[in-house]
Design a protein around this ligand. Structure first.
Ligand SMILES: Nc1ncnc2c1ncn2[C@@H]1O[C@H](COP(=O)(O)OP(=O)(O)O)[C@@H](O)[C@H]1O
Ligand SMILES: [Mg+2]
Length: 239
């Protein structure tokens, strides 16, 4: 039997009559990258909110390393290793990079916040920007800092909602390489919502396609790309 790090089972989020997510199952194995794609309004962000605990489940459950975390709040899930990266550098725009990561590690109760910060900065090749304040970073480095903050405390699962948004092709490619390396070296499992199809198909081990709050296809990239329903619903004739 496969040992899943994350299992979302029959997850539904209804807002009144709007079935934003309606009975979705998703799994992540250790170190696996799952791309999650689908048209605008398909429910991708909502399912991330549901998994992290930001939105209450209408139905279903979320299992983290075998434990049902459905009743836990965002902070409790984060401490158990379920992390989400936000675009939040602006909150600490005037604080140096290393200090931000160290502070986040301290707040998480990490045993050695300085060591955790150094380790993460090295991993994301942000170490040479350690003493630079976030506001002075380039946009690509700022997004890498968001990722760094999400990695504090060595989470087992990282949820990313359009991390490449606003990045140049080169910056996207760079971030994608870092993600792939993280999944492999730190064995972080990643759920990646991303519009950039080159990135998604390039680094995902498996891909799930949403449409109208439901999964319409799931599997290895080549199979998903060839799926007629996916081509019709989403990829269009250009894929
Ligand atoms: N707080 C909310 N209240 C009502 N409807 C919502 C709310 N959040 C999302 N929705 C609806 O749920 C659907 C899925 O939205 P979303 O998860 O943001 O899609 P995606 O991220 O795939 O673009 C959309 O129809 C959206 O309008
Ligand atoms: Mg979204």
């Amino acid at each position: 039997m496969t040992d899943y790090v994350l299992q979302a089972e029959d997850v539904a989020i209804h807002y009144g009559g709007v079935k934003a997510v309606d009975g979705v199952g998703l799994t992540l194995e250790r170190g696996q990258i799952r791309g999650l794609i689908g048209p605008n309004g398909a429910g991708k962000s909502t399912v991330i909110d549901a998994i992290t605990g930001r939105t209450r489940l209408t139905r279903g459950r979320v299992m983290l390393r075998g434990e049902d975390v459905s009743a836990l709040d965002v902070v409790q899930r984060r401490r158990r290793g379920l992390s989400r990266s936000f675009q939040r550098t602006s909150v600490f725009a005037q604080m140096p990079v290393r200090r931000q990561v160290e502070l986040a590690a301290y707040e998480m109760g990490v045993a050695d916040p300085g060591a955790d910060a150094d380790d993460i900065l090295r991993e994301l090749t942000l170490d040479r920007f350690a003493e630079v304040v976030a506001a002075d970073l380039g946009y690509g480095e700022q997004r890498r800092l968001d990722l760094a903050l999400g990695l504090v405390g060595s989470p087992s699962v990282l949820l990313l909602d359009e991390p490449m948004a606003g990045l140049s092709v080169k910056e996207s490619h760079d971030l994608a390489l870092h993600l792939k390396a993280l999944a492999q070296r730190r064995e972080v499992s990643v759920l990646l919502v991303e519009h950039d199809m080159d990135v998604v198909f390039g680094i995902s081990d498996v891909i799930t396609v949403f449409e109208l709050g439901r999964v319409i296809a799931s599997g290895e990239p080549a199979a998903v790309r060839a799926n007629p329903r996916v081509r019709e619903a989403y990829l269009g004739s250009t894929a």
